[in-house]
Design a protein around this ligand. Structure first.
Ligand code: GLN
Length: 534
């Protein structure tokens, strides 16, 4: 049988950032998958860091971790949540990675005698990465980060421009996403920013095939025709990505605007109409919940909820499983001197974190959850904080802490293990990616997974200190999950509590709208019970 050639969809953005390019790409992927096509994704990021792992969450938002332990852009999370594609290291390429490869080749002598230049050496490297990511699928959706017009994105745009000639016109589709603002004073939708951004794109040799207009309302036909005329695309190639209440409505909105049909036409793909029933059911469930529940998220990055993207989504997925709307209340741990502000919460979650800032507030939040028997979920740093709280207030180890928070603590119940002690480099050196874990029967964790062996993704440097294992165990800490060799503590629980689970890994990265994560489902279930009682 002839292998169908891979088709490429390139997604660029214009006017400004944060237009939801990642979500739009993920949604297009979902629509194409619903048409029976195999899709995968590539995110090209124009910055010079090798990966976002070393960036401050305030700068970059969440760092999404893949199965193979890559620290990547949060858009990869959208891709995995919206489709069945599995993201790996090769699915996120930064300018830093590209230059790093080119410079290594130069030192090795691969270009011996030549002058190494952006064109063709850097662009060739980018094209090779794009083709590598496209291997074995029908469609590669390749999203170029940043905004058209940025100096940094130029080599990427040049590479995707060149690729069209290489892979053939009928195998390549350029989609441009731009903002169409509504000016209340004029009572009008303004198409000029889109026109300018398309002009910018054309100046680097790319004529978009489709224009996705992000707007707070559906564009009337006249506005679409105007954009089509000025930007030189078909009338039906201008679609609206209207603001929506829930991101899970986006695939349906884009389908109703005719986007997947137009892409199929441009790429000359013969597929049936997509079956979107499950997306429709999902959107309906999100819009018409039967119950409400409030979860307090006690963290440091409360002003930048992008840092907790996967976590928020995992909570919402679990909510959907219970036909429940989850209200997430972000509580700044630095201001948590009086934990009674947690009174209205049906469940308390302490998420991941780095450094000592706000740690004491988190300890207070855990104490509140433990003593008041409020369902508690600690994730990574949150689990470590739960161990600290237990050590101090139940096992009587005054001053217990994590070595990360207090270098001189008398009881480093969380510490660096030998494998991390001599690590000095910061990039890609944590315990990363998927690790197996054995779950102990008779625990909340086992009840949730209903499986003995699980695998979850990690991103941390510190671990439960094995020296305290017996002592804390005698005081009642339950080791609900360990590494298969028994050396590393992966999940802790406490006895006589409705639901108190802390895990060293990040379950949120594996939660999907159609396959919510069991720990989140049970946490929300416990929070609903707590709410019913109060
Ligand atoms: N800072 C902690 C560690 O490195 C926890 C990391 C996290 O929460 N992802 O172990």
């Amino acid at each position: 049988m002839n292998q169908r050639p891979t088709k490429y969809i390139f997604v660029t953005g214009g006017v400004l950032s944060s237009l939801g390019k990642g979500l739009a790409s993920a949604s297009i992927g979902a629509l194409l998958e619903a048409r029976g096509l195999r899709v995968t994704f590539l995110k090209l990021d124009p910055y010079l860091n090798l990966d976002p792992g070393t960036m401050n969450p305030f700068q970059h938002g969440e760092v999404y971790v893949t199965e193979d332990g890559a620290e990547t852009d949060l858009d990869l999370g959208h891709y995995e949540r919206f489709t069945t594609a599995t993201m790996m290291k090769k699915n996120n390429v930064t300018a830093g990675k590209v230059y790093d490869a080119v410079l290594s080749k130069e030192r090795r002598g691969d270009y011996l005698g030549g002058t190494v230049q952006v064109i063709p050496h850097v662009t060739d490297e980018i094209k090779a990465r794009i083709e590598e990511a496209a291997h074995g699928v029908d469609i590669l959706l390749c999203e170029v980060g940043g905004t058209v017009g940025d100096i940094e994105s130029l080599p990427f745009l040049e590479a995707i421009r060149q690729l069209r000639a290489q892979v053939g016109r009928e195998n390549c589709c350029y989609i441009h996403i731009a903002l169409v603002p509504y000016l209340a004073a004029a009572g009008e939708l303004k198409s000029k920013p889109v026109q300018h951004s398309v002009k910018e794109l054309r100046s680097v040799g790319i004529q978009p095939d489709v224009i996705v207009c992000r707007s707070d309302r559906f564009l009337p036909k006249a506005v679409k025709s105007k954009i089509a005329l000025f930007c030189n695309v078909d009338d039906d190639a201008v679609v609206t990505a209207k603001d929506v209440e829930s991101i899970y409505e986006v695939p349906i909105i884009l389908h109703n605007e005719g986007l997947d049909e137009k892409i199929a036409q441009i790429l000359n793909i013969w597929t049936g109409r997509p079956n979107l029933q499950r997306w429709e059911e999902l959107a309906a469930r999100v819009k018409h919940p039967e119950r409400d529940v409030t979860i307090a998220m006690v963290g440091k990055y409360v002003d930048l909820t992008e840092s907790y993207k996967s976590l928020n989504e995992a909570l919402h997925h679990a909510g959907m499983a219970h036909s429940t709307r989850v209200h997430i209340e972000y509580v700044d741990s630095e201001k948590l001197s009086d934990p009674s502000i947690l009174e209205s919460a049906d469940g308390i979650l302490v998420p991941h974190g780095f450094g000592g800032r706000g740690a004491e507030g988190k300890v207070e939040a855990v104490r509140w959850a433990r003593e008041k028997r409020v369902p508690f979920f600690g994730i990574c740093y949150g689990m470590q904080i739960a161990v600290i709280e237990f050590a101090r207030h139940v096992a009587g180890l005054a001053g217990a802490n994590s070595r990360e928070i207090d270098e001189k603590t008398p009881h480093a119940v969380i510490d660096l293990l030998p494998e991390q002690r001599d690590v000095t480099a910061k990039g890609a050196t944590m315990r990363l990616g998927a690790w197996p874990c054995l779950v102990r029967e008779g625990t909340h964790t086992y009840e949730a997974y209903a499986e003995r062996e699980i695998s979850e993704r990690h991103r941390h440097r510190y671990e439960f200190n094995p020296e305290y294992r017996d002592q804390l165990g005698r005081a009642g800490l339950v080791y609900a999950g360990t590494s298969p060799d028994g050396r590393l503590v992966e999940v802790v629980e406490i006895e006589d509590h409705p639901w108190f689970v802390g895990c060293q890994y990040h379950p949120e990265f594996k939660s999907r709208p159609f396959d919510p994560h069991p720990l989140f489902v049970d946490f929300i279930g416990a929070a609903l019970k707590a709410r019913a009682k109060s």
